[in-house]
Design a protein around this ligand. Sequence first.
Ligand code: BGC
Length: 391
Amino acid sequence: MMSIMRDFPEDFLWGSATAAHQVEGGNYNNDWWEFEHRPDAKVAGPSGDAIDQYHCYRSDFELLAELGQNCHRLSLEWSRIEPAPGEWSQVALDHYRRVLETVAECGMTAFVTVHHFTNPRWFAERGGWLAPDAVDVFARYCDRVATELSDLMPWTCTINEPQVVAFEGYRQGYHPPGHRDRGEWMKVTRTFIRAHRAVVDLFPRAGFTLAIDDIEGDPELAAEQQYETIDVYLEDLRGDFVGIQYYTRAVMDADSPDLMAAPPEGTPVTQMGWEIHPEGLLKGLRMIAAPGLPVVVTENGIATADDDERIDYLEVHLRMVARALAEGLDIRGYIYWTSFDNFEWAEGYRPTFGLVEVDREDDLRRIPRPSAHAFGRVARSGRLADLRAAG
Ligand code: BGC
């Protein structure tokens, strides 16, 4: 029950997210590391030490809990857990056990992503998601993770944004393996759907986290994009919940080599070049709730050098979540992307999405931004107005 005063229910999950490759550092055994180091890499720079969270996880989680977050989303690095096919690193599994225990000790609910973009190099070398037995190989990894860690995984995301891996990796070529092939894109999309189905029942409460853009523009391309990146996933969706990850509007454009148009001149954009378009989140929430599973906002956030802009962004997007709740949609939480400034894939370290700044010139020092405190106030009270209230 929601009291009159609250915009969000008492048991709402409030957290922020990271992904292993973006924060851990030293993930040299995965396909992203290889991609970052290609001579012709279309990547701003290598991930390197990232923010060294492989070692600093305890102080990082303590900080997030102090900032008022009751949930933390993070991912497991497949290439550490299974460094060679069928060969398991007990040290890595034990490490993640300690990591997940620490999340719980800090009083936060763990939201664990099993696959967030990166694949072990050996998996990529044997054909990646195009290999005929990719689903079986992925399922073997998930089975091991579930056996070892599922007692510490109250919420599990099987595969993060399969649409982005498929589209950026196989259609636009900005992520590994760097292909531009419409047929491969569609094939990999269906492989991800099979992969999710193969593993979703291994975990106590699991779901897909889906990238949901507000798709517009060229009617033919938009229809294809809507089907291939959204509807195909929603039309027989399996799992205990579904995660929505929303950032912006995608305007399809047949004349653009990337198939998408840049926002018109003069439109305010984020450091990613993305238009701020909060209405798309409400549209996306209605769309993703339609199949009837509980929904979690598993990512939403802004890359900006101006933290006031981040607070504005939180306000307009949280308002959409509150409206969707008022409409009766079953939304269980809101997880901001991202906890700490980190390795933003092909864009390197330039975009700063973090609630907490990381000073790369000063020993990766963590500096919470005002937006982190603002977010924490809303998390504690469940009232949107507290985003701007003092102390
Ligand atoms: C991904 C994150 C990424 C963020 C911002 C999502 O596509 O899950 O890993 O950093 O969006 O681009």
